[in-house]
Design a protein around this ligand. Structure first.
Ligand code: 1PR
Length: 574
């Protein structure tokens, strides 16, 4: 079988390659227009922006050969943009698509929901797809399903999904063409199964994925969008120079006390930290050393198997010096991506840098290297703060950026859904609200319950909390949304590693000030904290580190608690 993957030069195509390898299917890359003639099966894992994708196809001379390949009747599987290019056009760009499906792609409305649509949702009413399962979507543009006004386009619709009030096309299927708006290569076991069925079906005479059912679907009364559970690994070199997963207490990752114990035993070294000792005969943890909770690739594999909806790897000391050429995190991402088939975010050091030989590397190039290694999203910390400071200095915060920031350049090339901004805010308490005449009066939080009487606002920091800046969390969140970030990873220095629960005041404050997805992070100490954050805020995802690293809570326990509380969580094949 001549299975080929089409790469137009942007986005994470490595994930699909890894998926096919794990399924045991060999493939080749389309590298020239002539390769289309050799292909008997073609997958186009279009990631990023419609315009960039179509322009990339045109500049490589691939657009016409692609059209001819599809018209020839040979099997085609388009993923995300690879499905959207089958349509006539998209409001995401001015260059037309292939025009095979007579309809247009348009932007989601963000009036009653956040955009991008980023997370796990369930396609409905399609044969060959299990309606009970969830698949991973990440996109701001979609094809509307409207059989009354567009009956010809509706003939292509294989399944639909609902997000908020909108019912849109999840999969298309007609004759030799299959397309999915979601990413099967990032949809865990459910996605692997779908790709495998298509690949096996496309080589036999009877395709095992049934064609579009050609009947109108009714919109579901409620969408199947789930809340995401994210496992995060803070990575840095320990004192021996090995990359380890560490975990701080309020961002301090050094051990507080010297302890020794036999393997597998638990020892409480501080009021907030329990260490599970590794399997060496006698483990000794020495005060002052970098806390070591395991190896990043091994933990990533463990969390994928345990059912994490998404993983994040943060290089927490990249602000020191992180030349791209010697970047050990690239190898970590490559190895992790080879065995993790859910979205992978990589953060730390996404900024302009200079290699030891003097070669400058732009933030866009650094991000590109991570995407090619297998990352799906990059997370920008300190650079985002500086970019918003520049934005506010030049445009009083209300205008647009000049296009030069890391957020803008990466979002332009890879789509805003690939750009996360990681925020490290810290509470600033004020003495007396009545006499307060400082800045951000309208952002002050009045403590309730155990915090009754306290008043504070949230100030942004850079370099892992080492330096505070004259910027509030609201100003930063709004600024990065304006610059084109697709998601906010909202940490809390006050709650990090404490196990006291997410800072719900902080999460609510940011959630109500932006229209992009927000991930609540820092402070999870038990499953109820996940239930609380989803019941008491409108946040899309919750991230934890310590409780997962120390094995105190399993990811499936969180999922069960959410389901029990009536909160939609991903159903997966186990
Ligand atoms: O500034 O673009 O190079 O990015 C640096 C990145 O490293 C940022 O995302 C920043 O948040 C992160 N970082 C820097 N220093 C630390 C540190 O801990 N000393 N970690 C750090 C941030 C917060 C979360 C943590 C949650 C959940 N760690 O990643 O996983 O707080 O923890 P918990 O569940 O145990 O409470 P740049």
């Amino acid at each position: 079988m001549g299975l080929f993957i089409l790469d137009y030069g942007a986005g994470n195509v490595q994930s699909l390659a890894n998926t096919l390898q794990s399924l045991g299917h060999s493939f080749q890359w389309i590298t020239s227009p002539a390769d289309f003639d050799s292909a008997t099966n073609l997958i186009f894992p279009g990631v990023g922006a419609f315009q960039t994708a179509v322009d990339g196809l045109i500049s490589r001379g691939f657009l016409e050969p692609l059209r001819q390949y599809i018209i020839s009747g040979r099997p085609y599987f388009g993923i995300c943009i690879g499905m959207q290019v089958l349509f006539q056009s998209s409001t995401e760009g001015s260059t037309p698509g292939l025009g095979i499906i007579p309809s247009k792609i348009d932007l989601f409305s963000n009036e009653e929901k956040t955009v991008p649509h980023m997370g796990w949702n369930s396609p409905k009413a399609a044969k060959g797809l299990d309606e009970a399962l969830h698949y991973y979507f990440v996109h701001s543009y979609r094809a509307i399903y409207d059989p009354d006004r567009e009956p010809d386009a509706a003939q292509w619709v294989h399944s639909v999904t609902q997000y908020g009030q909108e019912v849109f096309v999840a999969t298309v299927h007609k004759d030799n063409v299959f397309g999915s708006q979601f990413h099967p290569e990032k949809s865990g076991e459910a996605g692997l199964r779908l790709l495998d069925v298509w690949l096996r079906g496309s080589t036999s005479t009877t395709p095992r994925l049934s064609p579009a059912p050609h009947v109108p679907f009714l919109p579901r009364p409620r969408d199947g969008f789930t809340k995401r559970i994210i496992a995060c690994m803070d990575v840095r070199a320990n004192d021996q120079g090995d990359l380890v997963v560490t975990k701080g207490d309020r961002y301090d990752v050094r051990e507080k006390a010297t302890v020794s114990a036999s393997p597998g035993s638990h020892s409480t070294t501080t009021t907030t930290t329990t260490i599970i000792f590794p399997s060496s005969p006698l483990a000794v943890v020495v005060a002052g050393v970098v806390r070591n909770l395991g190896k990043p690739v091994a933990l990533a594999g463990r969390y994928y198997a345990a059912g994490a909806d998404e993983l994040a790897l943060l290089n927490i000391t990249s602000f020191r010096h992180s030349p791209l050429r010697d970047q050990p995190m690239l190898a970590v991402v490559r190895a992790a991506a080879a065995m993790v088939f859910v979205p992978l975010t990589i953060g730390g050091g996404i900024r302009d840098t200079v290699d030891p030989d003097g070669t400058p590397q732009s933030a866009l190039e650094v991000a590109g290297a991570y995407f090619r290694a297998g990352a799906d999203k990059v997370s920008i910390g300190s650079e985002a703060v500086y970019a918003v400071e520049r934005l506010r200095a030049t445009a009083s915060g209300g205008g647009r950026g000049d296009g030069s920031s890391a957020i803008e350049t990466i979002a332009h090339a890879y789509g805003r859904q690939a750009v996360v901004v990681s925020i490290d805010p810290r509470r600033v308490y004020i003495d007396d609200m009545a006499t307060y005449d400082g800045p951000r009066r309208d952002e002050l939080i009045l403590g309730t319950g155990e915090e009754e009487g306290k008043v504070w606002w949230y100030q942004c920091t850079v370099s892992g909390g080492r330096e505070t800046r004259d910027l509030s969390v609201v100003e930063l969140a709004r600024g990065v949304e304006t610059l084109g970030a697709g998601e906010i990873l909202l940490n809390s220095i006050d709650r990090d590693g404490t196990g006291l629960g997410f800072d719900l005041d902080l999460v609510n404050l940011v959630r109500k000030n932006v229209r992009i997805p927000v991930v609540a992070s820092s402070g999870a100490g038990n499953v109820q904290h996940f239930v609380d954050v989803f019941e008491k805020t409108n946040v899309e995802a919750a991230l934890a580190a310590g409780i997962f690293h120390r094995g105190e809570v399993e990811i499936d326990e969180v999922r069960e608690a959410l389901t029990k509380a009536g909160i939609n969580a991903r159903k997966r094949i186990t």
